[in-house]
Design a protein around this ligand. Structure first.
Ligand code: MG
Length: 270
């Protein structure tokens, strides 16, 4: 098996579990941005637990305070499974007169303020998955370029990486850029071009925990030979993992396999 030239890794849910930070930030943003009467008289522990379990449903930051509200308002897990339905449900945002923009801005403000005030506390709300930092550090000494491709801001990712292991300062990080988000398949193709990979991106491996992102990547002819891995330890559902395990282009990867030799990852295109 030929090893990759580029190993692209998503950050949240692949390298790092940021769910404690997500919930704290989402809660504070909800309290700050939701017009009265916000349902914030208490913060039940069960809300935090459900929020973490439902994390795979979240794609954008503004959805997080809305999920907090939906949980406090008693929306059930079944209804929340269909993200397009509950996000658009007229009973949630409309009566309160809040918008996605308001919630997104509140979330970013809360995170920036927290980070500026107490970066150690902010860092402590993140946990690297066991073995991941070690595997990345080992690869950095070799011919494979490790690139973190994330929708998080680069400065946050850099600090988290170096706080986990100072050697990880060498990792290339492609984070959220100002302006319209660039889809990950576009970023991957740019990486392939920069490394001189061929028209089908053979030599590029990509580990991601969101199935939709991998499916979008699989549809790109210009990424037809990239190897795609769904991180089974990340923010995805049993249904996602079952769909991948049945066959097809996307290979299911465990944390133990990730931390071991790349030759054993599998994912050969058939
Ligand atoms: Mg992720």
């Amino acid at each position: 098996m030929t090893p990759p030239r580029i190993l692209a890794l998503d950050f949240d849910g692949v390298v790092c579990d940021g769910r404690p930070e997500y919930f704290e930030t989402a809660w504070q943003a909800y309290v700050a941005a939701w017009p009265a009467p916000a349902l914030t008289s208490s913060r039940p522990a069960r809300i935090a637990a459900r929020f973490s379990a439902l994390r795979p449903l979240i794609e954008s930051g503004w959805e997080m305070p809305l999920l907090v509200h939906a949980l406090l308002a008693g929306v059930g897990d079944e209804a929340l499974k269909d993200r397009h339905a509950w996000l658009a449900a007229p009973g949630l945002m409309k009566p309160a007169g809040v918008s996605a923009e308001t919630l997104g801005r509140a979330l970013n403000t809360v995170r920036d303020d927290w980070f500026a005030r107490d970066s150690a506390g902010w860092l402590a709300h993140h946990h690297f998955y066991p073995g991941v930092a070690g595997q990345i550090a080992t690869l950095l000494g070799g011919p494979i370029e490790v690139v973190v491709v994330t929708t998080k801001a680069e400065r946050f990712v850099r600090l988290l990486l170096t706080s986990a292991d100072p050697r990880l300062a060498q990792v290339t990080v492609i984070g959220r850029e100002p302006g319209k988000p660039v889809p990950k398949p576009d970023i991957l193709r740019r990486l392939a071009d920069r490394a001189g990979l061929g028209a089908d991106a053979a030599g590029l491996w990509f580990v991601e925990d969101m199935l939709e992102t991998l499916e979008a990547t699989a549809q790109r002819p210009a990424l037809a030979a990239a190897r795609l891995f769904l991180a089974d330890w990340g923010y995805n559902t049993p249904d996602d993992r079952a769909a991948v395990a049945r066959a097809g282009r996307i290979h299911l990867l465990s944390l133990t396999t990730f931390a071991g030799p790349l030759a054993r990852w599998g994912g050969v295109i058939v």
